[in-house]
Design a protein around this ligand. Structure first.
Ligand code: AFP
Length: 364
């Protein structure tokens, strides 16, 4: 381990910062605080039930006491607390928002306030915890509005409602066979692997790029009856394989842990769809815009892929609320563009008539 020529995350960030002579180092310090939180969560995830941290079957915060007298707490509640504890003291944040908190978190009075907003999903895929399947943390860094910086006032929801294109940084930690950190600070995407002996994230995947084409798609097919026509068309054509309009066979994956899907796509290409559907008209999608779609979308676009609602680029969406949901399609650029094209093409047949495929597994 001592004889390695790999950069640590700290070295990488300092070398990146040298391109900005006026940089104060605050941004780097914030990223390192966030990645320390991810290391702590990685440890809690690894201990699982041994550490008293549980998956979805545990009670909420406050929890019960298990036979060993340990207070059991849901891991996503614990992870949220870790993100807050590791970052609120630093003086780099004006405030933060999380999937686990209805309202924005104010920086306590005893700490200075800074220039950035941190938005995060502390533990995504938590329904997989109890079955020992990879889960992750997702984070996004925004610049606080100047009025917030100048006044030092408490943050409000509106301060966070910035399009994905304004993100300063985005990343995810993947708690899998190895713990990895995938990070973009606006100049490409780099992957780091946690060395458990050193406790350091080491640069192992520099300048990651997504193949523009793919033969692998990820969607929860149990929702097929709720899909809009363009999505049904796209999936039908993938399933038709060589015998259909695509002229090639496709493979399907669904891990139900978006961070794991995103990482697979980043590594070997693919497309992920959790589209807007008719299952619950009050929900225009399952995934959240600010702390799931936008950070993952920034990573995909920075790696040469594409992120979309299916109808418009994700990075251009103007958020309307902190926890708003949105339809999400991301991955290999040419595949996402095809899906967007299908959403633009007018329905070729009247409602109720077979639209495209003469046969479909999903035709009701
Ligand atoms: P949980 O955090 O509740 O497990 O949800 C995970 C997730 O937000 C995302 O990571 C998955 O891609 C998606 O939901 C899985 O949704 P389905 O359970 O409907 O397939």
């Amino acid at each position: 381990m001592l004889q390695t020529n790999r950069s640590t995350l700290t070295q990488f960030l300092i070398e990146e910062r040298r391109r900005f002579p006026g940089a104060t180092g605050d941004f780097n310090a914030l990223i390192l605080d966030v990645t320390l939180a991810c290391k702590a969560i990685a440890s809690a995830v690894a201990y699982g039930e041994l550490g008293g941290a549980m998956g979805n079957h545990a009670p909420d915060a406050g929890g019960s006491v298990n036979v060993q007298g340990e207070t059991q707490k849901k891991l996503d509640v614990l992870s949220n607390e870790v993100f807050i504890q590791r970052t609120e003291w630093s003086g780099h944040l004006a405030g933060m928002a999380s999937e686990e908190m209805d309202l924005p978190h104010q920086i306590p009075a005893q700490y200075p306030r800074g220039h950035y907003l941190l938005v995060f999903d502390p533990l995504d895929g938590s329904s997989n915890i109890d079955v020992n399947v990879s889960v992750g943390s997702i984070f996004s860094v925004l610049r606080a509005p100047q009025a917030v910086i100048d006044s030092g006032r408490d943050v409000v929801e509106a301060d966070f409602l910035q399009p994905g294109a304004t993100q300063m940084a985005a990343g995810y930690a993947l708690y899998g066979p190895t713990t990895m950190l995938i990070l973009t600070v606006g100049r490409g995407v780099n992957g780091f692997t946690l060395d458990p002996n050193l406790g350091e994230f080491m640069l192992t995947h520099p300048d990651m790029k997504i193949p523009p084409d793919t033969q692998e798609f990820a969607i929860n097919a149990s929702n097929a009856r709720f899909w809009e026509a363009p999505v049904k068309r796209y999936v039908d054509e993938c399933l038709a394989g060589k015998t259909g309009p695509r002229g090639k066979d496709f493979n399907m994956r669904w891990i139900a842990s978006m961070v794991a899907e995103a990482h697979r796509i980043l590594m070997r290409g693919g497309v992920f769809l959790y589209p807007r559907d008719t299952k619950d008209p009050s929900k225009p999608g399952r995934l959240r815009l600010l702390y799931e779609a936008n950070p993952v979308g920034m990573i995909m676009e920075q790696a040469g892929g594409r992120a979309s609602t299916g109808r418009e680029p994700m990075m251009g969406v103007q958020p309307t609320s902190l926890h708003q949901r949105i339809g999400l399609v991301f991955g290999s650029k040419n595949e996402v563009e095809r899906i967007e094209r299908y959403h633009r093409e007018p329905a070729l047949a009247k409602e109720g008539e077979p639209l495209f495929a003469t046969r479909s597994l999903f035709r009701d």
